[in-house]
Design a protein around this ligand. Structure first.
Ligand code: BG6
Ligand code: MG
Length: 217
């Protein structure tokens, strides 16, 4: 058996928080006087909070001061946290618990590698916080995905070489980060979008025992 470890993205892989980000960003856009659609929201997947605001302001062609930006970032996050605080383990995406159980049974360690500064709270809310050997989130990195920093810190915390780490990601920037880190990457989403990943599944139920055995043998 090969010694491998897993590093999971959070939003879109473990839980679907994109819908909550969408509600909060849409509200902000509406307050600023423009529409914000689900297609626009796609552009924010995997992107840091600050960068997301920049993209949103670009969409609305709105210019605001640095001070206002800070105010809106706080406001957006407060609304988002209102949704997060109501999350329960029912929001864990299908296939995730089965995969974590398999990893535990086979003594394969795993870390979280997320751009979100709210990652620890979200994991607490859905009851998964204590299962991860290490948690690397938006508070720990100086360079956002597609920079590999978040995954390289994760590998270090797991005491694993990069080439023995398997990253699970749903965002293009995340897949790019994993490949830049020289890690194996499993994309969750559409093949046409995440083609740079080594494997792509529609959702987390793609981690069948056969596939997992292929990875570790
Ligand atoms: C990523 C999400 O995981 O975290 C992005 O895909 C989000 O949409 C980013 O903007 C930052 O999240 P947070 O919770 O720090 O605002
Ligand atoms: Mg994601």
């Amino acid at each position: 058996m090969k010694k491998i470890a897993f590093i999971f993205d959070l939003d879109g892989v473990i839980v679907d928080t994109a819908k909550y980000h969408f509600l909060a960003w849409r509200n902000l856009a509406n307050q600023l006087g423009f529409e914000f659609t689900e297609e626009h929201n796609e552009l924010l997947k995997g992107v840091s909070r600050v960068k997301s605001l920049e993209i949103l302001l670009n969409i609305g062609k709105v210019e605001i001061s640095e001070e206002e930006k800070q105010k809106y970032l706080i406001k957006k996050n407060e609304e988002y946290l209102g949704y997060v605080n109501k999350m329960t383990d029912e929001e864990i995406l299908p296939g995730v618990k089965g995969l974590l159980d398999f990893l535990d049974e086979n003594k394969i360690t795993y870390a979280l590698g997320s751009a979100s500064k709210n990652a620890p709270l979200i994991l607490e809310k859905v009851g998964l916080y204590n299962r991860f050997t290490a948690i690397v989130d938006g508070n720990d990195v100086s360079k956002a995905k597609p920079d590999p920093e978040v995954f390289l810190i994760g590998a270090k915390k797991l005491e694993m070489n990069a080439e023995n780490c398997v990253v699970v990601e749903d965002a293009i920037a995340g897949v790019e980060a994993a490949k830049a880190a020289n890690m194996t990457c499993v994309g969750i989403g559409e093949q046409e979008v995440l083609g740079q990943a080594d494997f792509v599944f529609n959702d987390m139920t793609g981690f069948t025992p056969d596939f997992l055995n292929q990875l570790i043998n």
